[in-house]
Design a protein. Structure first.
Lengths: 156, 149
């Protein structure tokens, strides 16, 4: 279902997304499925040789969770940009929560969009990832099919 | 310290097809169960050509090559000492199962912070599909920790 950004107000909160605790299986599955096989995330011996106490989560796993926060709320094809800054290491046992809110209305490439700020926190409230997204009012596949219907509607 | 002369380096294009099984494995790994990602008919009803890739999956497709960290190791980065600093996507067209994408990567910046204790390497990827349409841009900032700057 399309999200009409005109109905939003600055300060509106996205439904939060609570994740289960990160464990070694989470990281093994994410490593295999994502193609990021850096052993620092899956091999404790390698991680310790690199000076870390243990393996730790891929930043992109947390960004994927922020992506779920977004797409639970808005159809994916209305998302124009999506960025993340990885500000803290996510450790085994961390239970992440993703939060987001509407912060601003602005223009992006000549189109009205709404800016969403997001964060990924652990159970102690420590920020691990800061995210941002711009959301437009039309779908990016509209120039294929939806607009066509618009322009070839009953008026023509 | 990573040599700044590598700024502007462009790598050979990398072409990859979005496979249904690989995508389902990724969706399982991130816990995504939404209808448009798991039910092809729901994807079609939502205006996609097939099951779409979720917002961060383009980064994974970029890694789908024999040595995914070659861009970094070729310029002297030690992957045991790297952290992902930032990641940004800009989307122009949807990408779904069956699409064949070409990634063209280039190093757009290299800089140091904390007196050389940290190297920052910025890699950008331009992504186009089988119809030569520009579907997305990716920008990744990788940080290397140096003990002896």
């Amino acid at each position: 279902m399309k999200l009409d950004i005109g109905t939003l107000q600055v300060g509106a909160i996205l439904p939060p997304l609570q994740l289960p605790a990160i464990n070694r299986t989470t990281l093994a599955l994410y490593a295999g499925a994502s193609g990021d096989h850096n052993p620092v995330h899956i091999d404790i011996d390698f991680a310790q040789q690199a000076g870390m106490p243990d393996v730790f989560a891929h930043g992109m796993l947390s960004m994927a969770y922020l992506g779920r926060l977004l797409t639970n709320w808005v159809p994916q094809n209305q998302i124009r940009t999506f960025s993340a800054r990885f500000v803290g290491i996510t450790n085994l046992g961390d239970r992440l929560q993703c939060q987001g809110r509407v912060v601003e209305f602005l223009e992006h490439r000549g189109e009205p969009v709404v800016k969403i700020e997001m964060q990924c926190l652990n159970q102690d409230g420590a920020t691990k990832v800061l995210g941002q997204a711009l959301v437009g009012n039309t779908s990016t596949n509209s120039n294929h099919s939806n607009n066509f219907n618009l322009f070839c509607g009953p008026d023509i | 310290m990573i040599n700044k002369n590598f700024i502007g380096t462009t790598f050979a294009p990398h072409t990859v097809t979005v496979e249904a099984g690989r995508l389902q494995f990724f969706l399982k790994a991130i816990g995504e169960t939404g209808a448009i990602y798991t039910d092809r008919q729901a994807s079609l009803n939502a205006g996609y050509d097939n099951i779409p890739v979720p917002p961060t999956f383009l980064f994974c497709l970029e890694l789908e090559k024999p040595d995914p960290f070659a861009h970094l190791t070729e310029i002297g980065v030690d992957i045991a000492r790297v952290l992902h600093g930032e990641m940004a996507f800009e989307y122009y067209l949807p990408v779904s199962v069956g699409d064949t994408l070409t990634f063209i990567a280039s190093i757009t910046d290299i800089y140091q912070k904390k007196g050389g204790a940290l190297d920052f390497i910025v890699i950008e990827n331009r992504v186009s599909n089988q119809n030569n349409e520009h579907v997305a841009d990716l920008k990744s900032t990788v940080i290397q920790r140096n003990d002896n700057p």
